[in-house]
Design a protein around this ligand. Structure first.
Ligand code: GAP
Length: 435
């Protein structure tokens, strides 16, 4: 399928089935801002849960955090974001559109209307707001452009509270805001988005080795959750594209329908942040090594991924169209841990109260341990297609025979194979399949 078509199909499915909606749609929409609907929020939560499980629960050396979005304005001076976090942009004097200098290269004429472009000027990407009821210069604060700083400023709190030894890390998932000049491609680049970030503190001499370990670990995470290997690649940053705080960085890129683009960056931030915060706050953020009696600033290895970008990659990757007899079925083949709904219970005949009763009571029981939906609003063919389109793993039908033999039919999403399983074994059967 041509790549532009794929993107259009995913966007349309997202709206039709309730994954992602345009924000403030009834007012004409706020451009490049998206709301997650019933299936979207489940998918997004599953991505975040899978990340937290691998990076926090399954390790002994990473501590979870949830820092505030609003931080002391000095944080952003220390971090270098006030001075360095900007894009160069040009405005068109004719149509008033704004362009990133790197997108239009050395052009002097507007690529859209041919009007005169202004000289490129720096444009800070941080959103500013005011704390307190009066809008004045002294109470300006920023919406955080990365979650990372919330962890750096808590470095000594974690040392005092948990007494970890190097190497150790902090992990956080949360919103970040950037006044992007060229957002677009659904949730790929937006002004409000969520990040999943790890700040991993290491001895400076071990930084290169740990950077490589994290590149490999994060690479495997995407593959383990089902992304096709041919759609992933690693790309090391050239020196001139590194962020102001980084000594090295490798991106994990995904082959989106609009081209290869960054999914996650894994950077060596050196001791830049801890040194800067020590200098600006007056609080010593060095680490004391009990064994060697040395005091030093650890280096930081940072795997930083976007939740919304991952959701988009998982959606695009899962999208399949298959010929079934004379029909085409659309199926989202999500990994079992990501599928928004695991099971759908569907009565074969909705005008038979005994069948509906068995189906409803089975669904109610399954719901206690598995994300399950009940649906009796169409013919079985339609109901199957509807569940395929949202990636439901198993459909269970209750039919006339079920009333006699106490068995139900379980249909596998991917193979479409059907199996009869007895009602008293069905829950255990599904739990085993989903674990
Ligand atoms: N703390 C490091 C940092 O923020 P980044 O490469 O600017 O690094 C990390 O961002 C990740 O956050 C990116 O790989 C991407 O997945 C996500 N991200 C960044 N800007 C985004 C935007 N405007 N919209 C959606 N996701 C974004």
């Amino acid at each position: 399928m041509p790549q532009e078509q794929l993107m259009d199909k995913v966007v349309s499915l997202c709206k039709r089935r309730g994954f992602i909606f345009q924000s403030s749609d009834i007012y004409g929409g706020l451009s490049n801002t998206w709301d997650y609907g019933p299936y979207g929020v489940e998918l997004k939560n599953n991505v975040k849960r899978a990340w937290w499980k691998t990076n926090v629960y399954e390790r002994n050396d990473i501590f979870g955090m949830d820092a505030a979005i609003l931080m002391h304005p000095k944080v952003w001076e220390a971090s270098g974001h006030v001075k360095n976090f900007f894009d160069l942009k040009s405005d068109c004097k004719g149509c008033k559109k704004r362009f990133k200098a790197e997108d239009i290269k050395e052009a002097t004429k507007c690529p859209e209307c041919g009007g005169q472009l202004t000289e490129a000027r720096p444009f800070n990407l941080m959103f500013k707001t005011h704390q307190g009821p009066v809008e004045e210069t002294g109470n300006e604060i920023y919406m955080r452009p990365e979650t990372a700083q919330g962890m750096f400023v808590n470095f000594s709190n974690i040392l005092d509270a948990r007494h970890p030894k190097l190497p150790f890390g902090m992990a956080q998932i949360g919103k970040a805001f950037r006044n992007e000049i060229t957002p677009g491609n659904l949730t790929f680049r937006t002004r409000e988005f969520e990040q999943m970030e790890i700040e991993y503190f290491v001895k400076p001499s071990e930084a290169d080795e740990k950077l490589q370990e994290w590149i490999d670990t994060r690479w495997s995470w995407y593959l383990d959750l089902g992304l096709r290997p041919e759609n992933l690649r690693k790309r090391a940053h050239a020196q001139d594209e590194l962020a102001h705080y980084a000594k090295a960085c490798t991106d994990i890129e995904y082959s989106f329908p609009f081209g290869w683009s960054e999914l996650e960056g894994i950077a060596n931030r050196t001791d830049f942040d801890l040194k800067q915060h020590t200098q600006h706050s007056g609080k010593d953020l060095q680490y004391f090594d009990d064994a060697t009696k040395e005091r030093f600033f650890p280096y930081i290895i940072e795997p930083s991924g976007g939740v919304d970008r991952s959701v988009l990659a998982f959606l695009v990757d899962a999208y399949n169209e298959e010929k079934v007899k004379d029909d085409t079925r659309v199926v989202l083949k999500f990994h079992k841990d990501l599928a928004p709904t695991k099971v759908a219970v569907l009565p074969l005949l909705r005008n038979r109260p005994e069948i509906v009763e068995v189906a409803k009571s089975l669904a109610a029981d399954l719901k206690k341990s598995i994300i399950t939906v009940y649906d009796d609003t169409g013919s079985i063919g339609k109901l199957y297609r509807r569940q395929d389109e949202v990636g439901t793993l198993y459909c269970i039908t209750v039919d006339v025979q079920s009333l006699e033999d106490k068995q139900v039919t379980v249909r596998d999403r991917d193979s479409m194979l059907q199996e009869r399983i007895s009602l008293d074994r069905i829950k255990e059967y599904l739990i085993t399949k989903l674990s």
